[in-house]
Design a protein around this ligand. Sequence first.
Ligand code: 5AD
Ligand code: SF4
Length: 359
Amino acid sequence: MRTEFCEALKKAGDLKELSKEELVVLIDADEEESAALFSLADQVRKQFMGDEVHIRGIIEFSNYCANNCLYCGLRRNNRQLARYRMTMNEILDNARQAAGLGCRTIVLQSGEDSYYTADILAETVYLLKKEMDVAVTLSIGDRPREDYEKMREAGADRYLLKHETCDAELFAGLRPGTSLAERVERLKWLGELGFQVGSGNMVGLPGQTVETLAGDILLMRETGVEMAGIGPFVPNSQTPLGECPGGKLALTLKTLAAARLALPRVHMPATTAAGTIDPSGRDKALRCGANVIMPNMTPAAYKADYQIYPGKPGLSDTPEESYAKAVKIVEKAGRRVGRGYGHSDNAYLAGNFKLPAKN
Ligand code: 5AD
Ligand code: SF4
């Protein structure tokens, strides 16, 4: 193992703040170093987050999107995709089913679809929270601050808005008409409004380097986000990046592990994208830092059309089957299903490194 790798790992083990250079060294780990990196990340995850894995049920309620991100199958110029929108009643029925199965968090996700006004969404969140004993996460992209405020007032607990890449030029090229600065500003708003905020990035985007990935982790530390979704880029032939090579699982896992060391108290999912490029991708992710799994609860009739990228596992699964598979992955990794909401304790914002660890 390289001396600089051993030094960076030692520093991480002592819970000292890692520099960008040190994160680069960690993410650059070779096979032998990776084993040591994963083992420490697993240990830090256990120490700070415990052995529970939180199950967050995702409802993909609309695949319409006004944006045209170069990597994503929901982009508005993709005419090959059959579009759907779920009604409020369909969403509530679906949420009821997910909650009944045991999900303590419901994630409402869609493309950027202004058909759903802030009032409609706020009412949906309000009714959902009134009836079901669950936390609600929204993942619906860029909106005016007032919209976020309405949804927060209606009872939404969390918001996911990935920064995707910390490279401003790459960001602008991949997400036409939007900017990284704007995205980061939105993350700030969401925090101010009292949401538990999630960001994240893709691994293996064309033009990205190991330095970019280290920067992604640093950006999440600087913005103080409480959830970090890190997954591989998966090329989609219905997009302009269809011919690009996809992100590798090994690099994704190393980035995830380095993120766990830099952000010990952050909730990190074993992403669906990791499970897409490797059948045991989510299982492996749980063993190197992840503590959340997000089974797809979308009705089977719509599921296949939420095609951000191809090859998502379990497209014909019913919500029952998706939930059961998630539980299986958790148990296979030697962990247990979290019974609580899996809220962030805001400890990260209060200063990660000064707080006593959970036993
Ligand atoms: N590969 C992997 N993840 C993708 N996303 C969008 N397109 C892709 C892709 N081709 C992710 C982004 C976004 C979320 C909707 O899905 O990170 O935040
Ligand atoms: Fe729309 Fe999000 Fe896909 Fe971009 S990544 S096209 S905003 S769904």
